[in-house]
Design a protein around this ligand. Structure first.
Ligand SMILES: Cc1cc2nc3c(=O)[nH]c(=O)nc-3n(C[C@H](O)[C@H](O)[C@H](O)COP(=O)(O)O)c2cc1C
Length: 289
């Protein structure tokens, strides 16, 4: 079945499944594997220490797959014109990479610069307030991460369902669901709720190609989503300050380390099975209204 959404059309990928960025690890191989499987691989720019290393990673992905992929730029604050990220943008342009995802920091000028190169600019946020400022800045799409998600968490974050309901009301550009998604049900629910793609990090962290160490992968597959400690750690806050969570509520659902390709396949197969049970079959499913 062909999965058609505004995001598959925009990014040129087969399935509306985007890899989440994760800091401090070389995600080159994983990004390539996700794109090769028909999803949309994302390389995390902040990992790279030099322009040469960054270009090498881009070339490595291009060697593995002809499918499109993108790069996440997580801003440490305001990005001045002298910041290496601006040079990385030129490298992406030279290498024909057409999509960037920005997150955190003051990123407006940088995002607009990517538009000058004709790139797709997706802005990733954790609150509706920041989603609306992403729309105002001129991003092409918004990734909205719910409270169930991992990474840098905002105490003002809302849950996946509330995000989807409010995004339909308030966001007039395509939005992408993120946070706690790991299977075909979460994927299909996101699309039915109006998202044009899903964005998964923790689920891909536990795959064979992921660069995190085995203990961490093991923690993900052994996590118990009914464990109060885990719920508290991912979803509750004792202070008003943002905090980092190395896993998300998706960790309670994944129970095996598989390849990124198998994860993408499992999600799509499960979603297509569900569609069949409700009488939806055919060569194409179109979520563009
Ligand atoms: C260990 C870890 C590191 C992360 N680092 C980044 C980062 O550097 N930049 C970013 O935009 N998001 C980062 N994230 C957030 C993910 O890309 C994604 O938005 C979030 O984890 C989605 O929830 P999920 O893990 O339930 O799929 C990180 C997440 C994790 C778990």
């Amino acid at each position: 079945m062909k999965w058609k959404t505004k995001i598959t059309e925009m990014l040129g990928c087969k399935y509306p499944i985007i890899l989440g960025a994760f800091a401090r690890h070389d995600d080159t191989e994983l990004a390539a594997a996700v794109s090769k499987a028909g999803g949309f691989g994302i390389l995390t720019a902040s990992y790279f220490k030099s322009e040469d290393d960054f270009r090498d990673a881009i070339l490595k992905i291009k060697n593995i797959t002809n499918n499109p992929f993108g790069v996440n730029f997580t801003a440490p604050g305001k990005i001045e014109l002298t910041h290496p990220f601006y040079r990385y943008l030129e490298i992406l342009n030279e290498e024909g990479v057409k999509t960037i995802i920005t997150a955190a920091g003051r990123i407006e000028a940088f995002g607009k610069e990517s538009r000058e190169y004709g790139m797709n600019w997706i802005h990733k946020v954790t609150t509706m307030k920041h989603a609306l400022s992403g729309v105002k800045m001129g991003a092409d799409a918004i990734i909205l991460t719910g409270l169930e998600g991992g990474g840098l968490k905002n105490p003002k974050q809302n849950t996946f369902l509330i995000n989807m309901v409010n995004a339909n009301r308030l966001i007039n550009i395509p939005f992408i669901a993120s946070g706690g998604i790991s299977d075909g049900k979460g994927f299909l629910a996101s699309l039915i709720l109006g998202a044009q793609a899903v964005h998964l990090c923790t689920a891909f962290l536990a795959t064979k190609e992921s660069p995190i160490d085995n203990n961490w992968k093991q923690n993900i597959i052994e996590a118990d989503s009914f464990d109060p400690k885990m719920i508290k750690s991912v979803c509750h806050f004792e202070s008003d300050r943002p905090k980092m969570s190395p896993i998300s509520m998706a960790a309670g659902i994944i129970n095996k380390i598989i390849s990124a390709e198998d994860l993408v396949k499992n999600i799509i197969n499960e979603a297509e099975e569900i569609l069949k049970t409700i009488g939806i079959q055919g060569d194409e499913i179109n979520f563009i209204s």
